[in-house]
Design a protein around this ligand. Structure first.
Ligand code: PLP
Length: 441
């Protein structure tokens, strides 16, 4: 194993200055142990750490780097935007350009509002749904992550259709009590919740395909069923595509499963609101919510639901988003899809050879591994939590030692990019048998 001295020193320094030494918890390597690598540069499929070591990156900034890091078109657009100034506090031409690129892919986005983070997008969508419907309750699914807004940091209560408990210290019981947390992939639980509380439910929010409890494939017709039942009860469906949007296909996971993969053909079902993040900003802090014009027009300045942001629609971030969506052609998606199939097959093969029971969970090009789950697979949070997660830390460290940077938690998706070429893939694939043996031990 090569030296991690500089990362270790940087981590010690950071711990004295920031809680846990990080600005987002999973970066602390809490669930895998060891020294978090401090990264100093990223190019294509590779990250380089402060000790001068490079890694093939399978985190891709948790999603945004669909094209690979530092794509020349995106860098050129960002450099040109920087030269024009960093932030104007006024409307700019690229905001409408980015909104129009989104609308071409997802025509149901009749109006779009830019914000800076996925959390802001879901927080605003929830407030908007409450404002529009005049109702209070929100349904979310256990194991789905929508950012760190209080009302969605809720944990399941004791029974189906009971109101939720706070999912974090600092979230009040009163806030959590306005959220219903249901098991994922369980249409019966949704029916029951609507039967009991239908007149008070403002919205159902769901990840288009969950990827924050590891990846979980939505059952056939699950999302379409949510669209139907919300419409029947006068509630809204918020489809959270912060992670999947513009990554799993030109029109996100909705496109893959609604019959409108290119955004052009008629869709079998459509949510009322979408939330986007990650790829839409190409690596800079931009996210958005969008959907039905009559709902979106409830936002200020037209409507009574307040929302604002000093840096919303920031010109540099808009330039990165426009360049990223423009460069993300059908060929890019085809190449990421093909690499994903190649890698997940090699992973499964290596684990099988080492005798490690597992299942590969997939949603488009996103996938994750769940240990000890081959019999049942993973359909919800309970299944995900029940896996042999202790096998991941030795697997992760064997890959890291071989120069492959995986998500530092088994409950995260593996992200590929169009820059993962044969050399990068070969490094990953060569490292898998050793890591699989470490997982078996
Ligand atoms: N929604 C989903 C599905 C996410 O995966 C995330 C973050 O990973 C968020 C919302 C929150 O986005 P952000 O971290 O930009 O606040």
């Amino acid at each position: 194993m090569s030296s991690t001295n500089i990362s270790a020193d940087l981590f010690d320094r950071a711990k004295a200055l920031m809680p846990g030494g990080v600005n987002s918890p999973v970066r602390a390597f809490g669930s895998v142990g060891g020294t978090p690598r401090f990264m100093v540069s990223a190019k294509g499929a590779y990250l380089t750490d402060a000790d001068g070591r490079d890694y093939v990156d399978l985190v891709c900034s948790w999603g945004p780097a669909l094209l690979g890091h530092a794509h020349p078109d995106v860098l050129a657009a960002v450099h040109a935007a920087v030269d024009r100034g960093l932030s104007f506090g006024a409307s700019t031409p690229d905001e409408a350009e980015l909104a129009s690129l989104v609308q071409q892919r997802v025509p149901a986005v009749e109006r779009l509002r830019m914000v800076s983070t996925g959390t802001e997008a879901t927080m605003t969508a929830v407030r908007l749904a409450r404002g529009f419907t005049g109702r209070n309750l929100i349904i979310k699914f256990a194991g789905c992550y929508h950012g760190h807004l209080d009302s969605l940091l809720a944990a399941a209560g004791s029974g189906l259709a009971t109101l939720a408990l706070p999912g974090s210290a600092g979230v009040t019981a009163a806030t959590a009590a306005e959220t219903l947390v249901l098991p994922y992939n369980d249409p019966g639980a949704v029916e029951e919740a609507f039967a009991r509380h239908g007149h008070s439910i403002a919205a159902v929010i769901t990840e288009a395909a969950p990827a924050n409890m590891g990846v979980v494939t939505p059952g056939e017709g699950f999302n379409a069923g949510l669209s139907r039942i919300t419409a029947e009860h006068g509630a809204l469906l918020i489809l959270d595509e912060v992670l999947t949007g513009f990554r799993t296909g030109p029109a996100g996971y909705w496109g893959l499963t609604s019959g409108s993969a290119d955004g052009l053909s008629a869709a079998a079902w459509t949510p009322d609101l979408f939330t986007f993040g990650k790829v839409i900003g190409g690596g800079l802090p931009t996210a958005a919510l969008g959907g039905r014009a009559d709902v979106m027009d409830y936002l200020a300045p037209l409507g009574p639901v307040y929302q604002a942001g000093t840096l919303s629609g920031n010109p540099v971030a808009m330039a990165a988003g426009v360049a990223t969506l423009t460069a993300a052609t059908a060929d890019i998606y085809a190449s990421v899809d093909a690499r994903s199939l190649e890698l997940s097959a090699a992973l499964s093969q290596a684990l099988a050879t080492a005798g490690v029971d597992h299942s590969i969970q997939r949603a488009g090009s996103l996938f994750s591994v769940a240990f000890g789950t081959s019999e049942r697979g993973v359909h919800n949070y309970e299944d995900a939590q029940g896996q042999e997660s202790f096998r991941y830390a030795p697997f992760f460290h064997a890959m890291l030692d071989a120069g492959v940077y995986l998500p530092p938690s088994v409950f995260e998706a593996w992200f590929l990019s169009a820059a993962h070429d044969d050399a990068a893939m070969n490094r990953i694939i060569d490292a898998l048998p050793g890591a699989a043996r470490a997982a078996a031990a």
